[in-house]
Design a binder for this molecule. Structure first.
Ligand SMILES: NC(=O)c1ccc[n+]([C@@H]2O[C@H](COP(=O)([O-])OP(=O)(O)OC[C@H]3O[C@@H](n4cnc5c(N)ncnc54)[C@H](O)[C@@H]3O)[C@@H](O)[C@H]2O)c1
Length: 288
């Protein structure tokens, strides 16, 4: 299916990601139906999105007309058949659980038109683990947005071995039409590209620190003052949560069995001591 045949988009899951994915699609002019199993989640999504879009109007990043237009194109429901029955493109952003996603994709396959592309926003589950729950694996791919979607420009489109060129082209083109910058991964790999680069930086930073080569604050300075990164790796790990980073590395290690992917000792110790970074008051740095 070509991008010009994409007229209606559905987003399944109205959490942090789904809500903003729906918003960027609606802001770009697409009618978007948002579905969630929980009414409370849909209510909260509308409330949070109202605040987020208002802030962007106040900052001058969006005009009142753009925001009003987006709201007029957004609709919300708990009924999956109603949400995807006439969709050309479905983006799934539900809980990060393989079983739940497989079950959902089997239902999407029954309910959505045969030509519809079914994309998953999963950050860790590659679409080949889900595509075989449908009878259209060639129409299935990953479409990995970054949080917060209204702000972050990159989207990773990842092909599974059965994804058709057509599907990949349309997914990439859709990213452009909604104002994002796509990159195409022609093969699946755990962590995709951006998070693998980040994890490699984190691991090297922790290696240098563990070896006693330099203090962590100085390693942060190397990243900010020589590489022009907005934040050093230790500051960023504290910010995103050492527990989150530990789990990501553990999962990549479990998935690949590659010893190079094993979480560094210093990270394991901090995780076990409950030093999760900014949110717990202490990580590599100490917070008031
Ligand atoms: N949060 C992030 O930073 C981030 C970044 C990139 C990708 N992702 C991925 O996006 C997806 C969603 O993450 P999130 O942070 O928005 O989660 P979230 O917990 O904020 O929202 C998940 C929503 O899915 C709903 N849901 C659960 N099962 C459902 C089902 N069967 N049908 C319909 N709705 C269902 C829940 O009610 C909830 O509203 C995950 O796959 C995650 O890996 C998250």
């Amino acid at each position: 299916m070509s991008i010009d045949a994409v007229n209606r988009i559905s987003v399944v899951g109205s959490g942090a990601m789904g809500t903003q994915i729906a918003a960027v699609c609606a802001l770009a002019g697409y009618p978007v139906k948002v579905q969630d199993i929980a009414t409370e989640s849909l209510e909260r999504a509308r409330q949070v999105l109202t605040e987020q879009l208002e802030k962007r109007v106040q900052k001058g990043k969006l005009s009142r007309e753009q925001v009003d237009g987006a709201w007029s194109r957004l609709s919300w429901t708990t009924d999956l058949a109603e949400a995807v029955g006439d969709a050309d493109y479905v983006i799934e952003a539900i809980v990060e659980k393989l079983d739940a996603k497989r079950e959902l994709f089997a239902r999407l396959d029954e309910l959505a038109p045969a030509h519809a592309i079914l994309a998953t926003n999963s950050s860790t589950i590659v679409s080949s683990k889900i595509a075989d729950a449908t009878r259209r694996p060639e129409n299935v791919c990953n479409m990995h947005f970054f949080n917060p979607v209204l702000v972050m420009e990159l989207v990773e489109v990842v092909m599974n071995p059965q994804t058709s060129e057509d599907t990949a082209d349309t997914a990439v083109e859709l990213c452009r039409r909604i104002g994002k910058t796509p990159i195409l991964l022609k093969k699946e790999i755990s962590g995709f590209v951006a998070n693998r680069l980040l994890m490699a930086l984190f691991k090297e930073a922790m290696y240098l620190y563990e070896q006693g080569i330099a203090e962590f604050k100085d390693i942060d300075l190397a990243a900010t003052k020589a590489l022009n990164h907005p934040m050093g790796p230790f500051t960023l790990m504290d910010f995103t949560g050492l527990d989150v980073n530990y789990h990501v590395m553990q999962q990549q290690y479990a998935e690949t069995g590659d010893p190079a992917m094993k979480p560094p000792e210093i990270l394991r110790e901090k995780f076990e001591r409950g030093e999760f970074g900014r949110k717990s008051g202490k990580g590599f740095y100490t917070y008031e």
